[in-house]
Design a protein. Structure first.
Length: 367
């Protein structure tokens, strides 16, 4: 008799049961994600061409207050940085970090900031909707729904020069803050581009069926407004003036990463923060809803398949790439979710980092 044989059989049986249990979990565990099949274009190369890998963002310097959780939104006013944090605070900090003032705590998650000409700070809060903070520190709710559908994930905002409208995004009416991964994997097209009228107090839907509507920026002469579609790797354009007013088209398509926030320098450049490069796993399973549903279940217990890379693009007013800034080295400042140009520097914010950063503009624009 071989006394080892039964133990081998038992070990093999345990492994088999474990494999079956994992498979059953991946196939049958409850999930509300209902993936929609789609076919993304082949991802652009990061080894050559306009998106070739580099380390230009390795030279960024920390700026503003330190140890602040998730400084996503960014405004620079009178030498002070304003940003919204993970814990609901909107703060003002000096560039050297020596001072910090809490302007308000929204009780939600402030993701986008814009200044109204009358002095109010307009806040896109993922949880609370579109808000306004007046100079006396009073917080007011402006919009929580559009066309009878509640805002699910208010993301970014831009206010026109006249102070008549706020253009803002509802990333997903189905998935709330913290569930961006599920929303992107589902690819359900439930994002919207919205416009709030300060005179009437009404919110209008300009575009719907967007793939995780994210960053917002008004273009030159406010002739159009741009909105990032994170889940489709593109930026859509909605025309506000001219012969094409009321129509929309693509400003740039097939980006090399997931576009997050978007900004305009007021003259000739847009800056796009890319949360991370495209994932071969996500792209490769795009046409297979069942596999994508299994991926969602796996992500509940395993790290998300997201590369930690600092990534920012500069675009001209025609959507052409004029700057490619990256850093894939260890300890890089990422994910970068906001990039805004002020004076002679490009300021950077992040959804999860604990400080803001800055890069000299001449370095950012260097070929």
């Amino acid at each position: 008799m071989n006394p080892i044989a039964p133990r081998r059989f038992s070990a093999g049986r345990i492994v088999l049961l474990l494999v079956l249990a994992i498979l059953a979990y991946l196939l049958l565990a409850p999930t509300q994600v209902a993936p929609v099949a789609w076919n993304p274009p082949p991802a652009p190369s990061l080894s050559q061409g306009p998106f070739a890998e580099n380390q230009k963002l390795k030279a960024v310097q920390a700026v503003g207050a330190r140890d602040i959780p998730g400084p996503e939104a960014l405004l620079l006013e009178n030498g002070q940085l304003l940003t919204g944090l993970h814990d609901g605070r909107v703060i003002q900090t000096s560039l050297d970090g020596s001072s910090l003032k809490v302007l308000v705590n929204t009780g939600g998650r402030p993701l986008g900031l814009a200044r109204h000409p009358d002095g109010r700070l307009i806040i896109a809060d993922a949880i609370k909707g579109l808000l306004a903070l007046d100079p006396q520190g009073q917080l007011q709710s402006l919009s929580t729904e559009a066309n009878g559908l509640k805002l699910g994930f208010t993301d970014d905002v831009a206010v026109d020069a006249a102070g008549r409208y706020a253009y803002f995004s509802d990333a997903s009416s189905r998935w709330g803050y913290g569930h961006d991964g599920e929303a992107v994997i589902e690819h359900g097209g439930d994002g919207r581009l919205l416009r709030y009228d300060f005179q009437s107090g009404k919110t209008e839907v300009l575009l719907e069926r967007l793939e995780f509507a994210n960053g917002i920026a008004l273009g030159p002469d406010e002739a159009f407004v741009l909105v990032n579609e994170t889940g489709a790797y593109r930026i859509s354009r909605y025309w506000l003036k001219g012969q094409q007013a009321g129509r929309h088209d693509l400003f740039i398509d097939n980006l090399p990463g997931l576009p997050d926030n978007l900004s305009f320098n007021g003259h000739d450049r847009f800056w796009v923060a890319l949360y991370a490069p495209r994932s071969p796993l996500l792209d490769g399973t795009a046409a297979y809803p069942l596999v994508r549903k299994m991926l969602v279940r796996a992500m509940a217990v395993l790290p998300k398949p997201v590369e930690k890379r600092a990534f920012v693009l500069g675009l001209d007013t025609q959507g052409r790439v004029i700057a490619n800034l990256q850093d894939g080295s260890s300890g890089n400042y990422s994910p970068i979710t906001t990039a805004r140009e002020y004076g002679d520097a490009l300021y950077l914010g992040s959804l999860t980092a604990r400080h803001m950063a800055r890069l000299p503009l001449k370095d950012a624009l260097e070929p």
